[in-house]
Structure formats: structure tokens, C-alpha cells
Design a protein around this ligand. Structure first.
Ligand code: FDA
Ligand code: NAD
Length: 434
């Protein structure tokens, strides 16, 4: 089979690849120099849409509406854009072998791709219940959500099982966003997770109490402190119920599982240095292998602000790390240097009419401020995290753009605080003074 050769190859065609392509164009990449090789059949898109408007019965999002770079307010890169720029989009093509010594990638269909510079942007994959040996976990109508074809299968099932019962397994991002989307589609929704409150990797008990109360008001049943241990099926192999460890059995027409993700680094194992489950990079997203970069979910990079390396599984970092890597590649070709990546963590989520943002680090003591009652009409509340006498993280529900900017600034500046009580009393006023 013919061999194709490019100056730059990005393996993976998700968020990071799309934002990298835009930066390549800005930096003046020449036609024929860049290829993006993606397992998915479509040009890079804003993945967050899949768990939100993609699933809504009204105001539904569909491609080409959410190709990158609309998520950051930029120009939408349609497939024609890549053609105009002479960037090869090699779609529906999975790379199954990487030989970094000979700078060669091989696809499942046996095609060979050569590169001079490689950017690894393979993102994450889902953790499956079958990985834990949960009985019946491969039944029909049990869904995971990472890629657009999985979202399409879920949409089909939502239509086929109209007004049915749904069980959502997992209390993290997918759990909260999918429970809401299924409820908006008029499903009878139960959400099951093992921890004492939802989204424990970010939420405090106080923050979670608001969302759990709000979801309950919307009719979602929240079942905590237990896990799914098996699934019942009908004669067609479709899921009919979920068996919980505590003995309860929940009827289900659809099950959505969101029990975490893991970075897709297996192709490069034993070739590049790894750390904290990801591919180790420097502040320019260079890996331990010359001419190989890693960006987005797969990269474990130096978080300058906190003096340690971290991996981040969120879209803002996917965008910014990709841009940083491409700038670094062009700078080094021109014998120039650029500033180190200095990332302020930023995560967000939306469900129903709710929308929160978080900036910084969620370590230390916490204070809750504002009106966090699920009954309140405006539900504007937040939380600060305080470590060593400084505010290091801030969360805000239903903030305006200005208020969100203010909490971002707090997390960046890390102002000192003398009294937690005063901080709680001041709430957003504290942020607006920074
Ligand atoms: P991404 O997963 O976007 O892309 C990886 C690409 O590589 C995929 O196209 C994949 O098919 C391809 N690939 C993998 N292996 C390959 C191989 N061997 N050969 C070829 N191609 C290969 N974050 C946030 O901050 N706010 C939000 O609201 C959301 N919402 C959200 C919803 C859903 C449903 C998901 C799954 C994730 C989010 N996220 C999010 C997280 C965010 O989307 C995620 O961090 C970024 O998409 C990561 O970008 P990457 O480019 O690293 O991976
Ligand atoms: P997550 O890590 O946010 O949540 C996983 C949850 O799974 C845990 O909170 C826990 O409640 C639960 N869990 C673990 N083991 C379980 C078990 N055996 N049974 C039941 N529950 C169990 O992961 P996720 O929600 O699956 O999201 C996957 C990826 O997608 C992550 O990288 C996430 O960052 C990304 N994502 C992000 C957003 C966003 O930023 N708004 C939205 C959707 C997805």
C-alpha cells in the first residue's frame, strides 16, 4: 500500500487537533505539509456539545454547527477550510502502530504515514463496566459517550424508548450532564454513584447539595453509596434492569455509563516517558522523544502555577495546549523561543438552566457563599478554596461574564485572606475587589 509523507502529522482528530490546525494556518503552514489522522469520520468538533445540545429534543445541535473553533468564539473550521488550506484530513482511519524511531505510523487498513514532526492528540477513552467484570454489561442499550457515533446511537435509543426509564451510572460530569439531558427528553431518570455526593473530585458537600436538590426537584432520583453489579436483559438482549450492590433492582430501557475516562497512550507505551497516567511533556508539550509532542487529555505537563506536573481532561486546556505546541514548533524552526505554558485550570458544566465555572485548585479549606438553596429562584452561589492563607480556587454557579472573570482573577492572583467568615460574608464582593 502507498506510503504518505507529511512534514507534520497530528494523530487524533478531536478538540486539540482542530485548534492545532487553526494555529498551524496562522503560523503559515504550507499546503501539503500537515495531515490530521482521525479514527472519527468527521472533521474536528467541539466535543462538549455531545453531552448537551446534541441530545436535546429542541434547539438540537448538529454538525456542521459545532465544528471547532466555535467553542472559544472563533471561526468555525468546516471540512472545506482544511481543503482550502491544503491540510489533509485523513478520517475514519485508526492508527494501530507507531514506530517513533523510524517516524512511521500504520493504520488499521495497513496504510503507512511518515512524518518529520508528530503531535499526539489521541484524547481519552471511557472506562467500561466490563473492565470491572460487571455481569451483563455488554447488553444492548447500555451506552457510553465519547465520540459522535456513540451520541448518534444514544439519540436513536432516546427516540425508540420515548418517555421510558433511564438509569445513569456515575456521578461525575457525564452522570450530571446526561441525567439532565435524559430528563429533558422526558425519561424517568435514576442516577447511581458510589460516593456520598455527586462530582466528588471537584464539588464540596455544600456545592453538591445544591445540584442534588435541584435535580431532585426536576424529578431525578439520586441513589448514592452503591454501584451497579449486573444488568438484566430481555430475549432481544436489550437491558431491562440494573442490579445494585445494595440489593435494589431498577427498571431500565436505557442505561448511560459515565464512570471515568483514561488517556489513550497505549500506542506510545515503551516509546515515550509517561507520568501520572499520561505522556510526560515539558512546558512546550515536547515529549521525551525528539520531534514528538503530546497535547490535550494525554499530556502530563508542568503546571507552573502549582509547581508540579498534572494532566487535565477539559476542553480549555485541549485548545490552549494545542496552540502552545504549534507555536513552539514554529518558534524552534525559526530559532526563536516562546514563553512557558502557564495554565490556570478552568472547568465548566451546564445542565438545565444551570451553568457553573471553576478556576484554580480545589485544595485546602472551603467556604460557601451566596444563596445555595435549591429552592431559591436565582441560585447564584459559589465557593472559595483557601490554602496557606491564600484563595487558590473559586467556583461560581450562574455567574455573569464579569463575575466569572473576577473569580478567574482571584484564582490566578491568589490573594491573602485573614478570615474565612469574612470571605464567606463578602462572597463575590471579595472577587470584584481583586
Ligand atoms: P479528544 O477526545 O477531543 O480527541 C481525540 C481524538 O483522537 C478523537 O477523535 C479520537 O477518535 C482520535 N483517536 C484516538 N486514538 C486514535 C488513533 N489510534 N488513531 C486515530 N485517531 C485516534 N470539557 C469541558 O471543559 N467542558 C465540557 O463541558 C466538556 N464536555 C464534555 C462532554 C463529553 C461527552 C466528553 C466526552 C468530554 C467533555 N469534555 C468537556 C472534555 C473535553 O471534551 C476533552 O478534554 C477534550 O475533548 C480533549 O481533547 P483532545 O483533543 O485531547 O481529545
Ligand atoms: P468523572 O471522572 O467525572 O466521573 C466518574 C464518576 O464515576 C465518579 O464521580 C463516580 O461517581 C463514578 N463511579 C466510579 N466508579 C463507579 C462504579 N463502579 N459505579 C458507578 N459509578 C462509579 O468521569 P465521567 O463523568 O465519566 O467523564 C469522562 C470524561 O469526560 C472525563 O475526562 C471528563 O472530564 C470528561 N467530561 C467533562 C465534562 C465537563 O468538563 N463538563 C463533561 C462531560 C465529560
Amino acid at each position: 500500500m502507498a506510503e504518505k509523507s507529511f512534514k507534520y502529522v497530528i494523530v487524533g482528530g478531536g478538540v486539540a487537533a482542530g485548534y492545532a490546525a487553526r494555529e498551524f494556518a496562522k503560523q503559515g503552514v504550507k499546503p501539503g505539509e500537515l495531515a490530521i489522522i482521525s479514527k472519527e469520520a468527521v472533521a474536528p468538533y467541539e466535543r462538549p456539545a455531545l453531552s448537551k445540545a446534541y441530545l436535546f429534543p429542541e434547539g438540537t445541535a448538529r454538525l456542521p454547527g459545532f465544528h471547532v473553533c466555535v467553542g472559544s468564539g472563533g471561526e468555525r473550521l468546516l471540512p472545506e477550510w482544511y481543503t482550502e488550506k491544503g491540510i489533509s484530513l485523513v478520517l475514519s482511519t485508526e492508527i494501530v502502530k507507531a514506530d517513533l524511531a523510524s517516524k512511521t505510523l500504520i493504520s488499521a487498513a495497513g496504510e503507512t504515514f511518515k512524518y518529520q514532526i508528530l503531535i499526539i492528540a489521541t484524547g481519552s477513552t471511557v472506562i467500561r463496566l466490563s473492565d470491572f467484570g460487571v455481569q451483563g454489561a455488554d447488553a444492548k442499550n447500555i451506552f457510553y459517550l465519547r465520540e459522535i457515533d456513540e451520541a448518534d446511537e444514544l439519540v436513536k435509543a432516546i427516540k425508540a424508548k420515548k418517555n421510558g426509564k433511564a438509569v445513569v451510572v456515575g456521578g461525575g460530569y457525564i452522570g450530571l450532564e446526561l441525567s439532565a439531558a435524559l430528563r429533558i427528553n422526558n425519561f424517568d431518570v435514576s442516577m447511581v454513584f458510589p460516593e456520598p455526593w455527586c462530582m466528588p473530585r471537584l464539588f464540596t458537600a455544600g456545592i453538591a447539595a445544591f445540584y442534588e436538590g435541584y435535580y431532585a426537584k426536576k424529578g431525578i432520583k439520586i441513589i448514592k453509596g452503591t454501584v451497579a453489579v449486573g444488568f438484566g436483559t430481555n430475549g432481544d438482549g436489550e437491558v431491562t434492569n440494573v442490579k445494585l450492590r445494595d440489593g435494589r433492582v431498577l427498571e431500565a430501557d436505557i442505561v448511560v455509563v459515565g464512570v471515568g475516562g483514561k488517556p489513550l497512550t497505549t500506542l506510545f507505551k515503551d516509546h515515550v516517558d509517561e507520568e501520572k497516567g499520561g505522556i510526560k511533556t515539558d512546558a512546550f508539550f515536547k515529549t521525551s522523544v525528539p520531534d514528538v509532542y503530546a497535547v490535550g487529555d494525554v499530556a502530563t505537563f508542568p503546571m507552573k502555577l502549582y509547581g508540579e506536573t498534572r494532566r487535565v481532561e477539559h476542553v480549555d486546556h485541549a485548545r490552549k495546549s494545542a496552540e502552545q505546541a504549534v507555536k513552539a514548533i514554529f518558534a524552534s524552526e525559526q530559532g526563536k523561543s516562546i514563553s512557558e505554558y502557564d495554565y490556570l485550570p478552568y472547568f465548566y458544566s451546564r445542565s438545565f438552566d444551570l451553568s457553573w465555572q471553576f478556576y484554580g485548585d480545589n485544595v485546602g479549606e472551603t467556604v460557601l457563599f451566596g444563596d445555595s438553596s435549591p429552592e431559591s429562584p436565582n441560585h447564584k452561589f459559589g465557593s472559595y478554596w483557601v490554602k496557606d492563607g491564600k484563595v487558590v480556587g473559586a467556583f461560581l454557579e450562574s455567574g455573569t461574564a464579569e463575575e466569572n472573570n473576577a473569580i478567574a482573577k482571584v484564582a490566578r492572583v491568589q490573594p491573602p485572606v485573614s478570615s474565612l467568615d469574612q470571605l464567606a460574608a463578602e462572597g463575590l464582593i471579595f472577587a470584584s475587589k481583586i
